[in-house]
Design a protein around this ligand. Structure first.
Ligand SMILES: NC(=O)c1ccc[n+]([C@@H]2O[C@H](COP(=O)([O-])OP(=O)(O)OC[C@H]3O[C@@H](n4cnc5c(N)ncnc54)[C@H](OP(=O)(O)O)[C@@H]3O)[C@@H](O)[C@H]2O)c1
Length: 240
């Protein structure tokens, strides 16, 4: 039987949307190591074959039907985008794409998983936002608008589904994953990005994966409706 810190826990059934790269893949590896069962839905299921996970297809740009086991104890939605442009160059299609992948995809997947999450009686949902919601940043209008909507959705659902289902959001700053590749693809860019953060570093997938695992576990049983800023201090700290 896996342990949940000091708590002895049953193996949980966790729905993972995305999970093929970056923070999602690190989370899948962590959940497997903790003895939980991952039920994945992703755009490129073959990317999870080496972890011996048979994933069902899911494209957040055009969500189709999903099937889940009778009981889900956790749900994590990873699909996201970074499309940075000045406001005057953003098209309605840019806004629509960011809303589709980040918000509407999550809504479709959550609605399909809801009966199984209710069946758990004690489930936890984790969604992803960005530091650019709490801290205004140039070029971020489209993604910040989409992720701001995700934060609002999460708080509403946390209220609507309490006490049976907890809902929390993680809002990272720049994290070294394929999504952020173009922003971190040289030593110069990496150094400059690190220096923008009070903690003088960018995030690693593992920094976020351990928090996801915590939010899915009984150790966070008293937390819901929260936005957790894992951002090296960027949204809240000045060092001068
Ligand atoms: N990395 C950062 O700097 C950063 C900063 C702030 C917030 N975030 C948020 O953190 C979350 C995880 O990002 P990450 O950095 O781990 O990115 P990542 O390494 O690029 O992983 C993104 C995941 O989302 C999946 N995905 C993307 N578009 C999809 C679609 N249309 N349908 C289904 N799946 C799709 C990808 O699947 P494929 O493998 O099929 O492409 C992949 O599994 C995202 O919500 C992102 O917005 C990241």
């Amino acid at each position: 039987m896996p342990t949940d810190g000091n708590l002895k826990v049953m193996s949980k059934h966790i729905a993972i949307i995305g999970g093929t790269s970056g923070i999602g893949r690190a989370t899948v590896a962590q959940l497997q190591a903790d003895g939980h069962t991952v039920h994945a839905a992703c755009r490129t299921p073959e990317k999870l074959a080496d972890l011996e996970i048979v994933a069902q297809p899911f494209d957040a740009a055009a969500p189709g039907p999903l099937t889940w086991p009778e009981r889900l104890d956790g749900f994590v939605y990873f699909p996201g985008s970074i499309s940075l442009k000045p406001f005057h160059r953003l098209t309605p299609e840019d806004f629509q794409r960011d809303l589709q992948v980040n918000l509407f995809g999550a809504i479709a997947a959550l609605q399909s998983a809801l009966p199984a999450l209710k069946a758990s009686g004690n489930a936890s949902v984790v969604l992803f936002s960005t530091v650019a919601v709490a801290q205004g940043m140039p070029m971020h209008a489209s993604i910040a608008a989409a992720k701001g909507a995700v934060e609002a959705l999460a708080k509403s659902l946390a209220a609507e589904w309490a006490p049976a289902i907890r809902v929390n959001v993680i809002a990272p700053s720049l994290t070294d994953t394929p999504l952020a590749g173009a922003l971190l693809n040289s030593d110069l860019k990496k150094e400059a990005a690190a220096k923008r953060h009070p903690l003088q570093q960018v995030g690693r997938s593992e920094d976020l994966a351990t928090l996801v695992a915590h939010l899915l576990s009984g150790h966070s049983r008293f937390m819901t409706g929260q936005v957790l800023h894992v951002d090296g201090g960027l949204s809240s700290v000045r060092t001068f």
